[in-house]
Design a protein around this ligand. Sequence first.
Ligand code: SF4
Length: 314
Amino acid sequence: MKYIFGPVSSKRLGQSLGVDLLPPKSCTWNCVYCQLGKTRKFVTERQEFFPREEILEEIREAIAVNSSLDWITFVGSGETMLYKGIGWLIGEVKKLTTIPVAVITNGSLLYLPEVREELLQADAVLPSLNAGTETLHAQIDRPAAGLTFRRHVEGLVAFRRQYKGRLWIEVMLLGGINDSDEALHELATVLKEINPDMVHLVLPTRPAPEQEVRIPSEDRIEQAIAILSTVTTVVNPVKGTMDLRSAPDMLHAVSDIVSRHPVQQRELQKAISDCFPGENDKVASIMLDMLSTGRFKLVDHGGEPYWVINDDQG
Ligand code: SF4
């Protein structure tokens, strides 16, 4: 499938079917922690990158073969709201199924009324907010020209006023960058203005394009939870896990997921072991076979091996 990946299993969205609407990498930001690597060229114009009917057809097929989905999640190779027509897709998905729809977005285009309008039918929207000041926003998110911090916050505030669904803000907590008491208090002030239903703290657990990106200490994570909890409910950092048990073709499923973000080798091994319980030799041989295709390579991140797509191939 071209646009669908997963299902991916996570604590916050359960079994979630991913829908990627963008050519890689299309983004309005160039975050220091981005698991897709650097943004080579900003994209800020919204477009229907691929025909919407084609995407809907794939969603229809995926729903038919996956009987235990908790969410259908629009997320992908950049900023999701760059896809013009996402509102139509959300509406059509809701005619097909009662499975709730989530949209993961950096939120940078929410200042545009038409973007907010396209999101109104989603059951949950998860925009990013990583800073409480223009300076830190520029340092972490490195947005395209004109996408200022104030514009970002005003977009979130305006959306909150209109939107009746669940607004869950994602905060990427970066050690030594936005985890000081001062930065967290500034963030809390802005969160109060936005009034989300919840904040999800996330950590940079995957390889990032910039060296300075590191996971905060336990102590700083606890302090972040304590400070941000004064204004909203905070969900502890959680990590998604892969679930390959319903994948009709394991190699394709792993390629689809790894092409969207690096996967820790341990996580991949566990996902394959769940398909073949107690058959450790088989699991090892499947992983070796996958590596021998040349589609993947291993990179080190914080002493942990990760699988990434082998761009040198062919
Ligand atoms: S908004 Fe998302 S896709 Fe865009 S650069 Fe940041 S992390 Fe990467």
